[in-house]
Design a protein around this ligand. Structure first.
Ligand code: TYD
Length: 133
């Protein structure tokens, strides 16, 4: 499976780090929604769903976590542990988020507003959906 990771410039100086992200430059879609995940326990697995249309960029802006990807044919695991690394997740991709380090903050930039109808939350349904496309 092709993993699309972006590495962003860190505009840091002696005062600290700054990473700037602009639509259609660093982010390959118009951002309609931003959310972030914090205080997730190390033994918790989040996600367990796919999206029919939504595209996302995930950046672990503090600490680290792992992202499990599954397109119905292949699986992959991606470690996110850099403030300037974005993982692009296409639609039709089953994802899990796990192994959150203490204090990890996962920032998610999304191409669409929240829409429960866009979710596939059952794995068998996901496999049927991608196989019938
Ligand atoms: P959930 O989909 O369970 O999170 P994860 O993908 O990390 O497993 O979302 C948790 C709750 O937050 C759930 O009640 C839906 C709600 N939610 C929103 O209201 N808006 C959003 O943009 C997102 C991502 C979730």
């Amino acid at each position: 499976m092709e993993i699309r990771k972006y590495t962003y410039d860190i505009r840091g100086d002696e005062r600290g780090n700054l990473v700037a992200l602009e639509c259609m430059k660093e982010i390959p879609f118009d951002i309609k929604r931003v959310y972030y995940i914090t205080d997730t326990q190390t033994d918790v697995v989040r996600g367990h769903h796919a999206h029919k249309n939504l595209k996302q960029i995930l950046i672990c802006v503090h600490g680290s976590c792992k992202i499990g990807l599954d397109n119905g044919k292949e699986k992959a695991e991606v470690l996110l542990d850099k403030i300037n690394e974005g993982l692009y997740i296409e639609s039709d991709m089953w994802r899990t988020m796990y192994d959150f380090s203490e204090g990890a903050v996962l920032l998610v930039l999304a191409s669409e507003l929240y829409d429960e109808a866009d979710y596939i939350r059952n794995y068998d349904e996901f496999i049927n959906y991608v196989n019938n496309k």
